[in-house]
Design a protein around this ligand. Structure first.
Ligand code: IPE
Ligand code: IPE
Ligand code: MG
Length: 250
């Protein structure tokens, strides 16, 4: 385990290129602090800022954050409204930081379900950062993995009709080209805060061989040192992808 104040807990060669995070526990954080849930979400937005900055500084190539699921539309209207307001605020306020850190900003999900004024701010931030060269920050918004896979299957069916030869030539890995972001790397490390041991409809196809780190820390308390701990844990793992590490003799 990493020392809490080690700045670069993970050796560079074992730094995950791509990290995905299920940012959970804003409500429980608020409850523990005897505050309204809204305060948990506000404090959670601060963690997004801190973790984004730190991942960019460490040299992570892609950071994918689960910010709002398709199932989260089931929440009470006032909570959804607040989350959309916070999102809009983030998209506007973080532009300078995104540009200063050379970050490419993208969102994936059923974005047409977002309120138009939120979508407009998203487009502005995405377009402004499109030619940056640094880390990709990908926000999963109104995102559901089953919906993503279903939509991908439909796109493939369309290709089968329009261009049967191209369809026949597809390899299993080409499936990613039908997903929301065809350029997305499979995450090396998936972090879930607040200790639920489930995937909650997140990146089902992409995490086939991802290392999973689940922590009791609620998302608003997940900052640099907690990230360093997760990275140190990741660095200690042996990834096998079904094979053997050395040519062991049976
Ligand atoms: C994560 O925190 C934020 C979103 C899902 C939008 P929660 O709001 O799920 O917090 P808990 O799980 O109730 O503690
Ligand atoms: C997962 O958290 C979705 C996000 C973090 C955006 P939830 O709080 O919605 O997940 P469940 O309902 O506990 O599975
Ligand atoms: Mg939750």
């Amino acid at each position: 385990m990493a020392n809490e104040d080690t700045p670069d807990a993970s050796p560079a060669e074992k730094l995950p290129e791509s990290i995905a995070i299920i940012m959970d526990g804003n409500g429980r954080w608020a409850q523990e602090h005897e505050k309204p849930r809204s305060e948990g979400h506000r404090e959670g937005a601060e963690s997004v800022r801190a973790i984004t900055r730190e991942c960019a500084r460490l040299g992570v190539k892609e950071l994918t954050l689960y910010a709002f699921s398709t199932e989260n539309w089931r929440r009470p209207e006032p909570e959804i409204f607040l989350l959309m307001e916070l999102l809009k605020e983030f998209l506007i306020k973080e532009r300078a930081e995104i540009m200063d850190n050379d970050i490419v900003f993208r969102a994936v999900g059923q974005l047409d379900r977002l309120p138009p004024e939120v979508y407009q701010e998203y487009e502005a931030t995405r377009d402004m950062s499109a030619r940056n060269k640094g880390m990709i920050l990908r926000l999963c918004l109104s995102y559901g993995s089953r919906q993503e896979i279903f939509e991908a299957a439909k796109k493939m069916a369309t290709l089968a009709q329009k261009d049967p030869e191209a369809f026949e030539a597809l390899e299993p890995d080409d499936f990613r080209s039908f997903l929301y972001d065809p350029e997305m790397r499979d995450p090396d490390l998936l972090i879930r805060t607040s200790y639920e041991r489930r995937i909650s409809n997140f990146l089902l196809w992409q995490i086939s061989y991802t290392e999973i780190f689940i922590t009791k820390t609620h998302w608003p308390d997940f900052r640099e040192s907690q990230l360093h701990n997760a990275l140190a844990d990741y660095a200690s793992r042996e990834r096998r992808f079904g094979g053997l590490i050395d040519e062991e003799v049976v």
